[in-house]
Design a binder for this molecule. Structure first.
Ligand code: FPP
Length: 227
């Protein structure tokens, strides 16, 4: 069965650029183009939810020019893709604390969320200033602030940014590293993991198809026994 929700760790932009003697930022721009190919491929496959790891709570440690470039992509490129979202039924949401981003990046993300809220073919969560540990702590603190005294997995999930989005079924990471890097820690409890050596800017339909094929070959038991 096709996964309902796929999370992508879009790694390898820097290496892709380095291999071409280009600045790392050129890799991020190429990564943005790959991201559109991947969204189209997910639509073709019938995937309903996609979460893209665009900027982690730890990415602030990168050199200022790289951080600024990524913030510039969020402020300048997101709304420019409105025809793409509308033509393909893409609804955008953010995941993570975008409130502390530079105002133009934050405003453009919020504008894109508002502008795409009528689209319903695929929901794309942009994880920006997102960290899985931070997500869990934020949810717990929201529950405590409401006076909820007993924290359960259901309570935590109900206090996520977008609690109506189902848990991720498949997490895919490009560029060879085999770790989660603080991505979707809570919801990855029973997610399938697929790692692929290809660098993110080289991703497209074939890589999405092969990740889904690997997912479909797995036997998901969620801690139970094989049916
Ligand atoms: C990781 O590769 C990639 C990122 C930290 C940024 C991902 C962002 C995008 C693809 C652009 C998203 C833009 C919008 C507008 C949604 P890396 O830099 O760690 O690569 P490396 O491991 O080869 O150095």
């Amino acid at each position: 069965m096709v996964p309902e929700h796929i999370g992508f760790i879009m790694d390898g932009n820097g290496r892709w650029a380095k291999a071409r003697l280009l600045p790392r930022t050129a890799g991020h721009l190429a990564g943005l183009k790959a991201l559109k190919r991947v969204i189209l491929a997910c639509i073709d496959e019938g995937v309903r939810y996609v979460t893209l790891y665009c900027f982690s709570t730890e990415n602030w440690k990168r050199p200022a020019d790289e951080v600024n470039y990524l913030m510039g992509l969020f402020s300048e490129k997101i709304m420019g893709e409105k025809p793409f979202y509308d033509a393909n039924g893409v609804r955008l949401l953010t995941l993570g604390d975008v409130g502390v981003l530079p105002a133009d990046a934050r405003d453009s993300l919020l504008e894109a969320v508002e502008a795409t809220k009528g689209n319903d073919r695929i929901l794309v969560q942009l994880a920006i200033n997102y960290g899985g540990q931070d997500e869990i702590c934020t949810a717990v603190n929201r529950a405590l602030a409401e006076g909820i005294g007993t924290i359960t997995p259901e309570v935590i999930r109900a206090h996520f940014d977008n609690p109506f989005i189902p848990p991720v079924d498949l997490i895919v990471r490009s560029a060879g590293e085999k770790r989660l890097s603080n991505f979707l820690l809570f919801d990855s409890a029973y997610a399938e993991l697929v790692f692929c050596d290809r660098l993110w800017p080289d991703w497209g339909k074939d890589e999405v198809r092969s990740a889904i094929a690997e997912y479909e070959s797995r036997d998901r038991r969620f801690g139970g026994l094989k049916k």
